[in-house]
Ligand binder design. Structure first.
Ligand SMILES: NC(=O)c1ccc[n+]([C@@H]2O[C@H](COP(=O)([O-])OP(=O)(O)OC[C@H]3O[C@@H](n4cnc5c(N)ncnc54)[C@H](O)[C@@H]3O)[C@@H](O)[C@H]2O)c1
Length: 341
């Protein structure tokens, strides 16, 4: 009998939380380490495959496959099945994004874990922005304007406060001010979060602006952005073209993904011949110290992200290890004995 068993640890969202996913300091460290490993060539991370429904151009919902292998001391394979649904936005008790992560043993390819990836996504997405801010924001940044008080907005507060030690005030903007007020209340006594219905007013005061909305049209105007601000766009098309075009330092997480459609702003400007890959520094290059981040207090730095599957896999792997250690989750067998070998 083989010593290898196809045992899957199933972790529902509550288990993932118990296993420590809400620890932003750790998620930031894992995110930065994974970017560094990508920069050093220790990660295989094929571009995501998008399954838009009813089609990729006019999707009302989508599922996306995000496989990766992380080598080095991590040595794990896996993928995230990342999904978003416009229908869910109309429901008061359903998240817009719903994600599942699966981990596989690189040697036997036996599945090791299947877990909720929804909170992992929220944490690692904001952590990616946190890493961007660490390398691109002025060390004197005192005020941030976060636009979008949804799931990612909530974790973005944690990531910014953790990654930018000088930060004192966060203006949290949303079309639905009650959502911003709710999150501000959650953080009361911990962080200075001011709910704000007027993005223009908040953006004009901000050293760091992060957009994490479901808007599919640009709303952040170039004239609202300070000349030495750091702007981080988390969705496809939230900032005016001019903001990116005039940026002294342009950064992104992955050119291949963003320049092929889903990264609408980058895709459009590259189709128009206004930007090329060479103009950008990547978050992996920054984390691996292969290229410099902000080089002066006068620069406008702009970063666009679309999300990298290996970061989900790396965070999920840590959650899996924590869960094993703490005896959390439910064990399932793929088979008792394989029918055919
Ligand atoms: N880059 C990444 O890695 C990554 C990962 C996950 C999600 N995302 C993106 O982040 C965005 C937010 O996701 P979420 O799960 O937090 O969604 P959500 O529905 O929970 O929150 C989105 C919020 O944006 C607000 N909003 C929409 N348009 C706005 C506007 N013009 N001005 C101000 N507020 C506005 C909505 O009212 C809502 O509160 C989505 O576009 C999603 O695709 C990016």
């Amino acid at each position: 009998m083989s010593e290898y068993k196809p045992e899957i640890l199933f972790l529902k969202q509550e288990d993932v939380v118990k296993a420590g996913v809400l620890d932003m300091k750790t998620v930031l460290a894992i995110t930065e380490k994974t970017f560094k490993m990508i920069g050093e060539g220790q990660v295989i991370n094929p571009p995501k495959t998008m399954l838009g429904m009813p089609n990729n151009e006019n999707w009302k919902s989508y599922c996306m496959s995000m496989p990766s292998y992380i080598g080095g001391d991590v040595d794990i394979a896996g993928f995230k099945w990342a999904s978003e649904s416009v229908f869910n936005m109309s429901q008061p008790d359903m998240p817009y994004g719903v994600d599942v992560v699966m981990l596989s043993d690189p040697k036997t390819v036996y599945p090791k874990a299947i877990m909720d990836g929804t909170i992992i996504t929220a944490m690692r997405t904001s952590a990616a922005a946190g890493v961007a801010a660490k390398y691109l924001a002025s060390k004197n940044s005192k005020t941030a304007c976060l636009v979008g008080a949804g799931v990612i907005g909530r974790t973005m507060v944690m990531a910014m406060m953790e990654a930018v030690p000088s930060l004192e005030t966060i203006y949290l903007c949303d079309l639905d001010i009650a959502k911003a007020q709710g999150i501000a209340k959650e953080y009361e006594g911990k962080y200075n979060v001011i709910p704000c219905a007027n993005t223009e007013e908040a953006a004009k005061k901000a050293d760091i602006i992060v957009t994490e909305t479901t808007s599919r049209k640009p709303f952040l105007k170039a004239e609202w952005v300070k000349s030495n601000a750091t702007v981080i766009q988390m969705s496809a098309y939230e900032i005016e073209d001019e903001i990116l075009l005039k940026a002294d330092k342009k950064a992104l997480d992955n050119w291949a993904q963003l320049s092929h459609g889903a990264g609408a702003l980058i895709h459009k400007l590259s189709e128009e011949g206004k930007i090329t890959e060479e103009m950008f520094v990547t978050l992996p290059q920054l984390a691996a110290h292969q290229k410099p981040g902000r080089e002066s207090e006068d620069e406008l730095c702009v970063c666009c992200t679309y999300g990298i599957g290996s970061v989900d896999v790396a965070v999920a792997n840590q959650i899996y290890e924590n869960a094993l250690e703490k005896g959390i989750g439910q064990k399932l067998m793929l088979w008792d004995n394989p029918l055919w070998v």
